[in-house]
Every structure is written in C-alpha cells, then in structure tokens.
Write a protein that binds this ligand. Sequence first.
Ligand code: SF4
Length: 240
Amino acid sequence: MDTISTITNPEKAALLDQLTADYGNLDSLALLDRMINHEFKNKIALVSSFGAESVILLDLVAEVAPDTPIIFLNTRKLFGETLKYRDTLAERLGLTNIIEVRPDEEELKVEDHNGLLWTRDTDACCDVRKVRPLARTVSGYEAWITGRKRFQSSTRSNINLIELDGSQFKINPLAYWSQEELDQRIIDRDLPSHPLVEEGYPSIGCMPCTVRVEVGQDRRSGRWQGLEKTECGIHIAENI
Ligand code: SF4
C-alpha cells in the first residue's frame, strides 16, 4: 500500500472503507491504539480544549501513547482555571507533547486590536482566534482525534468512528458514548474534573462566551448564551 501522505483523495475514500471494515467495531481504547500506533503513526494528533469532558479522551490517549501530539488552542480568552487544569492533567496523565497554538499576532492587531471583537461579531472572533490557527496547525497531520459524540447535537448525530473530511481523516473514539457513560468513566478512573465544573460550568470555552447553567439545563446552553451560535466553526473537539 502507498504511504498515506502520497495517496489521492479517491484512494483515501477507499482507505476509509478499509479502515472502517477493519476497525469499525473496536472499543475506544483499541481503536486509538490502531490509529495512533499503526495506521497513522507520527501523523495523528488530538485537539483538546482541556474543557469539562476532555479528560476522558486524554486519559485514553495517554494509556495508548502519552507522547501523542495534543494540540491545545489558547485563544487568549480562556479561563485561568483552564490553563491550570491543562498543567494538572499533563502531570497526572503523563502527557509529554502538548502543543500550544495561539492566534496570529498580526491578524489580531488588524481584526481585534482591542480584544472586544467578541462583543460585536462572535463568528469573526472565533474565526481569527480559533478556526484559522487550528486550520494552520492540523493541516500538518494526516488525521485528528476528536472528542465529538453523537448525542451532543443534531449536527453530530450521524458521526462515525472513522471519517474522511476533505483530505484528512477524523477519528471519533467517543462517537457512541452516552453522557452517563462519560460521567461514569470519570468516577471509575478517578479522573480530576475541571475546577469550574463544581462552580456550575458543565461546558467550558472562552471566558466571555461561557456562563453558568442551572442544574438540569442542557450542558452546552451556557455557551454563546442568547445567540443562535452553537459551534465555533471547526468541529474538532467537544468544547472548543
Ligand atoms: S468563543 Fe467567544 S471569545 Fe472565544 S473566540 Fe469565539 S467569540 Fe471569541
């Protein structure tokens, strides 16, 4: 077989079928092992927000290969607690390859010189602080691991364990997990929670666009509250 980096898109579509046939029934840990240590060795990264549920996927990846590149997007609008939590998890899980990605300084000077673009146009703000920096980074990998789950929204209800998005593969090990299974996993593995979860933030993104939610409300209802917006524009991780 050709190496993945040289094959064409039609060949990638055929490879997707093959990967799905070979690995489509594996559990999350076994799938990650095949993808990280074999099929996409040195060509795959996880994008993580280090948000409320990120620890589950980070723990699984750490078990398989703790030196997997973990791309962490620092929009420069994050809670300080998120930065501390990132450091806590890196130490606890033994993650050795966290790559911090930031918005481009020149683009910020032109498009968000006073840091208040989010008050006028959240889509434009997400574009300069999230979408473009991440797109520049992930383009260097053949595949990304995402934390997306089917139950999260109607737009995610059909995602598969392995997908082809343009010329890149997306691996979604948690696609079929339920909220209850995620919550139970944190308990079973005694994983540390993001400190803001206890304070009423079940979904955590940038500070200006995240608010507390009442118990029983949709966990993502605290994101971009009052706006139609539900996604940042690049569908890589659950909480970015
Ligand atoms: S979530 Fe809010 S502050 Fe963060 S990039 Fe998007 S609009 Fe800007």
